[in-house]
Design a protein around this ligand. Structure first.
Ligand code: UN1
Length: 496
């Protein structure tokens, strides 16, 4: 049944002032309307930012452990609603149900982690060079944070941002992707039910180019966190640079798995299938390149092809489905365009390459998992992010060559290596230029207790998740306090 999804402003679910709506359909079968969604404009954003500003003072004044208790309750509620929300993730975004549930689990994990951080929001205390003087640093919130989130992890990524923002004492205006508004509303509702005070979390729904940009550049916003495409992220960077507004960006990836000649091939094959075709390749961390040692290249390719043939493509709610649909028409044409580019560039299409149009699947955005072999490092399909179930298989002869190929792209989010040799692993760990490195595991599957962030064009250097060294460092700013209780003028660097 279709739900009605509204903005959430100052503790109330409200239609946009313009009163317009759009219909969000199920990507596995577009005949099913998942939600009727309000479309906001600038004035709705103004109201949300105003509500967040009003709420900030009291929220900041609430002791962090108390804020943490509310977040803990939100985690408990999400756990109770896990099946309902996970199913909604699958209906609205398309990923298979096990992954839909995993998406919600990641939000729960983040709620619990940040709830605990409420009792640990530490700064530093250090000795002074002068007697009778304290030196310490404390963390303070920025104020109102604008959080702009994508559709591929429609509850996890908003949670990655909301929970650390809140525990640090910020208030929030969330603008989720128009492809997954109902999931965002489900998450916000759990926060409301957990007792987050009025105005502390607000939700505005509408197109990114208008509503998202208006929000990010709003004079009432103090910090912005964005996850999405490189072009949108870099556009925001240009707009916000002159405003001196803290901006965290998580953008694309062109992640690679290296399969060394001593790898456990069965394990590597499983890792490639999971990393390349899980979530239909719609992860920033998806394994879109596989580098296979020349000595086992054809053997590995053959095994990959026959394993891919066995994958079942269908609606994510069907328990036998391995790979769900793409999220929408736009992604479908993007993926098909890149499949065309690969063929024009002369890569060998080993499997897939087509939209699936039989039976009920004609009503969804299904594409065959696609394998290109004999891909050369400079080809566009080996350089550019596709964000779909398309994997490029490359050949290499030495470890140095493999590492050079992996690093020689504009992105630097995730990489992986399969090897049984500890020395080979250590060299890869040292030399791979990505924010995440996996050994004997795929490029996907980061856990929230460590920072998650990309290097180079993949990110801005402010990682998500983790604690200190991760999200807490972005959502708080440091204040240094020197307290002199000597009762006389003391001069640092001068008094000896
Ligand atoms: C993404 O790739 O878009 O590491 C986010 C993972 C998930 C999050 C991925 N925990 O695969």
């Amino acid at each position: 049944m279709a739900s009605i999804v509204r903005n959430f402003i100052a503790g109330k679910w409200v239609d946009s002032l313009g009163g317009q709506c759009f219909e969000k359909t199920n990507p596995a079968d577009t005949r099913e309307v998942v939600a009727s969604v309000t479309i906001s404009a600038g004035e709705d954003v103004d109201r949300a930012v105003e509500a967040a500003r009003r709420a900030h003072r009291d929220w900041k004044a609430l002791p962090a452990p108390k804020r943490g208790e509310i977040l803990f309750r939100a985690g408990e509620l999400l756990l109770r609603k896990k099946h309902e929300l996970g199913t909604l993730v699958t209906r609205e975004m398309g990923k298979v149900l096990a992954e839909g549930l995993g998406d919600v689990q990641e939000a729960i994990d983040m709620a619990y982690l940040m709830a605990g951080e409420g009792r640990r929001l530490s700064g530093e205390t250090v000795p002074s060079e002068l007697p009778d003087k304290d030196c310490k640093s404390v963390r303070e919130p920025h104020g109102v944070t604008a959080l702009i989130t994508p559709w591929n992890f429609p509850t996890a990524i908003p949670a990655w941002k909301i929970f650390p923002a809140l525990i640090c004492g910020n208030t929030v205006v969330l603008k989720p992707s128009s492809a997954t508004p109902a999931c965002a509303a489900g998450l916000v509702q759990a926060l409301q039910e957990a007792g987050v005070p009025e105005g502390v979390v607000n939700l505005v729904l509408g197109p990114g180019e208008e509503v998202g940009e208006y929000l990010a550049t709003h004079p009432g916003v103090d910090a912005v966190s964005f996850t999405g495409s490189c072009s949108a992220g870099e556009h925001l960077e240009t707009l916000l640079g002159a405003k001196h507004r803290p901006l965290a960006l998580e953008m694309g990836g062109k992640n690679a798995i290296i399969v060394m000649d001593d790898a456990d091939l069965h394990l590597a094959l499983e890792g490639v299938l999971w990393g390349a075709f899980g979530t239909s390749g719609q992860r920033c961390t998806a394994s879109s390149r596989v580098l296979v040692h020349a000595s086992l290249y054809e053997r590995f390719l053959e095994a990959l092809k026959s394993a891919t043939e066995r994958l079942k493509i269908g609606p994510g709610l069907n328990p036998s489905t391995d790979v769900g649909p793409l999220v929408n028409e736009q992604q479908l044409s993007r993926v098909l365009k890149y499949i065309g580019i690969g063929q024009e560039e002369g890569a060998r299409l080993v499997f897939g390459g087509n939209r699936i149009l039989d039976g009920d699947r004609a009503h969804g955005y299904f594409v065959e998992p696609t394998i290109f072999a004999d891909v050369l490092p400079r080809m566009r399909i080996a350089q550019e992010e596709i964000f779909g179930p398309v994997v490029s298989v490359l050949r290499f002869a030495t470890l140095e060559e493999a590492i050079t190929i992996v690093n020689d792209v504009p992105f630097g989010l995730s990489s992986a290596m399969y090897t049984r040799d500890v020395n080979t692993s250590a060299r890869a760990e040292r030399d791979l230029q990505t924010g995440l490195v996996y050994i004997n595991a795929s490029t996907i599957g980061a856990e929230i207790q460590l920072p998650f962030g990309g290097w180079k064009h993949s990110g801005s250097g402010h990682p998500e998740a983790g604690g200190r060294g991760g999200a807490l460092d972005f959502y708080s700013r440091v204040k240094v306090i020197y307290r002199d209780f000597s009762g006389r003028l003391q001069k640092a660097q001068i008094d000896s």
